[in-house]
Design a protein around this ligand. Structure first.
Ligand code: AHR
Length: 325
């Protein structure tokens, strides 16, 4: 008898549970706090890979959903990605333009759709107003200035009377290429010892860094005093070419690089690179905070530059901690 009553009770409970379940209001699908479309340039360097990772990590911290697309170094892929983000009605578009020109049409489409665009890392050139809301990225001009200021100090310390420089630049018409070069040239302009023998486009790639250095060594041989390379990747490509030519990087040729990734810092510690100007890829936190402000209709800063420093043989390099990219 007791067992029958217990069975009835269980049945009643199950029935009540089932009815309760039916009575529940339909569950709303969970909305992300913010949906962001990100068009990344590619994976050309440790810097770029670190930048992508940082954006993904910070998106998780700030509970932002990402549509991340890798353009594999092609502007047309970036334009197509931005069009997909518009069609998908993302809340915010963030992108690092591979070059500065050629974005007017697609950015006008984003503006017409009411989607704010944040520039990350690199800038654009346009005659049109208000296509983008803000820029979060390094002060590339200042990086070029810091590289040149190091060189002037080094030339003083070595007592050099003539300084022959070769330059391996980043992607032609990109913001870091233009501004790093401008900052460097403007700063050495006042120093009559400095001559730029040649400047060639290394496209921020290790393989191109090697090719460019080979070409420069073939042309100028041991009259090269300085190799100024716009990123670590190209520097790391150039160093073995200098060694193959029977020269010692860091002593026969002063090596100046930009980025400050782990591999280049390790080589700086070995003495084969003399100076690395930092360019931090850690832009994700500022990006997420800015995007959330935009979604909330708040004012945002139009330009955010991270703090950056110089690592060089002027310091105790053993104090440089792990870089994280
Ligand atoms: O735009 C930043 C530059 O792009 C970094 O210096 C370089 O390594 C990257 O590919």
């Amino acid at each position: 008898m007791k067992i029958r009553r217990l069975g009835q009770a269980v049945l009643t409970l199950l029935l009540a549970g089932a009815l309760w379940g039916c009575a529940l209001p339909e569950q709303e699908p969970e909305q992300p706090r913010l949906l962001m479309g990100v068009s990344q340039i590619g994976s050309e360097s440790a810097w770029r890979i670190g930048n992508t990772r940082d954006i993904e990590e910070q998106a998780a911290v700030y509970d932002v959903s990402l549509m991340m697309e890798n353009a594999n170094q092609k502007q047309e892929n970036q334009i197509a990605a931005i069009r997909r983000f518009i069609a998908y009605k993302v809340d915010v578009i963030a992108f690092s333009p591979i070059v500065e020109e050629g974005w007017d049409n697609v950015l006008q489409e984003a503006k017409d759709a009411g989607i704010p665009v944040i520039l990350v890392d690199r800038d654009i050139r346009t005659e049109k107003k208000d296509l983008t809301t803000c820029l979060i990225g390094a002060d590339f001009y200042r990086e070029g200035v810091m590289a040149a200021e190091y060189l002037i100090r080094k030339a003083d310390a070595l007592g050099l009377e003539q300084v022959n420089i070769v330059e391996i630049t980043g992607t032609e018409n990109s913001t870091p290429m233009r501004q790093r070069q401008a900052g460097f040239y403007d700063t050495i302009a006042g120093d009559p010892r400095m001559t730029v023998l040649e400047s060639i486009d290394g496209d921020f790639l290790k393989s191109r860094g090697a090719e460019c250095m080979r070409q420069l060594l073939d042309t100028y041989g041991d009259s090269i005093d300085v190799a100024f390379s716009h990123n670590d990747e190209m520097t790391l490509g150039a160093l073995p070419e200098i060694e193959k030519a029977g020269l010692v990087p860091g002593s026969d040729i002063i090596i100046i690089s930009i980025d400050g990734g782990q591999e280049a810092i390790d080589v700086l510690k070995e003495g084969k690179i003399n100076c690395v100007v930092e360019c931090t890829p850690k832009l994700g936190k500022a990006l997420m905070e800015t995007a959330l402000k935009l979604k909330a209709g708040e004012e945002v800063e139009t330009l955010i530059h991270p703090e950056e420093q110089v690592f060089s043989d002027e310091m105790d390099t053993s104090t440089i901690g792990p870089r994280g990219y």
